[in-house]
Design a protein around this ligand. Structure first.
Ligand code: TYC
Length: 94
């Protein structure tokens, strides 16, 4: 372990996409608000992402190191459950 720490080159963190999935029930305005709040997007950017998810079924909200991507996914899911919307969110390697 000590040897490894002295010889291993630091690797850049693995990046993950945070994806939103379309459904028939979550209000568009709720999705826009979630994207603005958790992915630091403008209203215009958030609206474009929401419409892409709505028309194509899935869309990327952002790309982050794994721990940050997981946290954002959990925040989205918690927010949707709290509001009783079926909005789904997942991560996948970028
Ligand atoms: N399809 C939803 C509607 O028509 C809107 C929506 C967009 C839901 C994106 C989820 O990830 C989503 N109200």
């Amino acid at each position: 372990l000590a040897i490894k720490s002295l010889t291993a080159k630091p690797k850049p963190p693995e990046l993950f996409k945070v994806l939103l999935l379309n459904d028939d029930y979550t209000p568009m305005e709720f999705v826009v608000a979630v994207i603005e709040r958790f992915f630091n997007k403008s209203r215009e950017q958030a609206t474009q992402i929401m419409l892409k998810v709505h028309t194509e079924g899935m869309g990327v909200c952002g790309v982050y190191p794994q721990d940050i991507a997981e946290t954002k996914m959990h925040l989205v899911l918690e927010s949707a459950r709290e509001a009783q919307h079926p909005l789904q969110c997942m991560i996948e390697p970028a």
